[in-house]
Ligand binder design. Structure first.
Ligand SMILES: *Cc1c(COP(=O)(O)O)cnc(C)c1O
Length: 379
């Protein structure tokens, strides 16, 4: 079955008791047993819930994975994956990634004795000096947030395989519609389903997809022991969201391209970060591993004074100033003070994340209206 069909049909079976075409929201904490141990696969809703099961089947299918586990947030999914490790283990992580992931690694797991090396993975060879017998995992995002750098997933997977390291990819930005890291050799994929999978800015949710059954069992054990499970209503919302992922993503890509090209020609714009430009350093790799360039882009104004940056950020009418991304409505954000404020300024500047950078999550409104909105705000 093709992707667009799986989005709609994977994991969907008429509800056995009523024939409901959509899995009901099983708003229950526990399940009655006929006799001790005599149950229908559901005992207690931290361990299993039928709405969650339906969602997990769909999530596995759309990422070409054997298994999926669904969590109460994207960071809860990342947290569970790092809990596979033990004190003394080391992780090589991309130096340009979601601020909340950096915070989880540096402020929570460093204290638990897990050590992270942050490396520019645009050249996978940069990892070599940091790989030792203590290294257990490689962690990356691509395109990266917010600079839209591209990491060659097949090249990193080859190194991971050779060195016997787990390779985890945060695929939130591309979504399974544009990129499938497991097919390129990754072992684990995580998503913040809060973003493109949910797609409507109405739910916080995360998930892990993978093929290895032993790893899946370990993650399930972590999930039910630590308890970061989503409620059935949230599972329902994500399940409903993913049905339109393909059609939404087509428009996100179209609008993203339109705005990237518009901004690049704008006399007041200094630089646009979008991986679909032919002269973007990651263009060839992006073209190879993605089926579209998505709706995320960032830019800097020529006049990048705090006043002018703030003025533009507060002047749009359709682009709302807000954290998050991947919803049907367009959002604008200021990474330095919002999503990436937890990264020390020095570290940010080293990686090219300037104080004047503005990030756009381009929605699925009319592209012309969005251009007009930017035109009026930038002047
Ligand atoms: C938002 C985000 C996360 C965290 O997900 P939550 O659902 O907010 O917990 C992780 N990675 C990326 C790339 C994100 O954009």
């Amino acid at each position: 079955m093709k992707f667009a069909t799986r989005l709609i049909h994977a994991g969907m079976e008429p509800d056995p008791s009523t024939g409901a075409i959509i899995p009901p929201i099983y708003q229950t904490s526990t399940f009655v047993q006929a006799a001790p141990g005599n149950h229908k696969g559901y005992e207690y809703a931290r361990s299993q819930n039928p709405t969650r099961t339906a969602l997990e089947k769909a999530l596995a299918s759309i990422e070409n994975a054997r298994h999926a586990l669904s969590f109460s947030s994207g960071v809860a999914a990342s947290d569970a994956v790092i809990r596979l490790l033990v004190p003394g283990d080391e992780v090589i992580a991309a130096n340009d990634m979601y601020g909340g992931t950096f915070r989880l690694f540096s402020k929570i797991f460093e204290k638990a004795g897990i050590h992270f090396h942050y490396v520019n993975m645009q050249n996978p060879e940069n990892m070599s000096p940091f790989i030792s017998s203590k290294t257990k995992m490689i962690w990356t995002e691509t395109p990266t947030n917010p600079l839209m750098n591209i990491v060659d997933l097949a090249a990193v997977a080859a190194i991971a395989k050779e060195k016997k390291l787990l390779f985890c990819v945060d695929n939130t930005f591309a979504s399974p519609c544009l990129q499938n890291p497991l097919d390129l050799g990754a072992d684990i994929v995580i998503h913040s389903a809060t973003k493109y999978l949910g797609g409507h800015s109405d739910v916080i949710h995360g998930c892990v997809m993978l093929n290895d059954t032993d790893l899946r069992d370990q993650l399930y054990f972590i999930q039910k022991s630590c308890g970061a499970v989503p409620g059935p209503q949230d599972c329902f919302l994500v399940l409903r969201g993913i049905k339109t992922l393909q059609v939404r993503m087509e428009r996100h890509c179209q609008n993203g391209e339109k705005i990237a090209r518009y901004l690049r020609k704008h006399p007041k714009v200094a630089r646009v970060y979008w991986c679909g430009f032919e002269d973007h350093p990651g263009y060839a790799v992006a073209k190879k591993q993605m089926s579209g360039f998505g709706g995320m882009l960032s830019f800097e104004l020529k006049n990048d004074s705090p006043e002018e940056t703030k003025r533009v950020l507060s002047s749009t009418k359709l682009f709302s100033l807000a954290e998050s991304l991947g919803g049907v409505e367009s959002l604008m954000s200021h990474p330095a003070s919002m999503t990436h404020a937890s990264i020390p300024r020095e570290e940010r500047m080293k990686n090219g994340l300037s104080d004047g950078l503005i990030r756009l999550s381009v929605g699925i409104e009319d592209g012309g209206d969005l251009v007009e909105d930017l035109q009026e705000a930038i002047g």
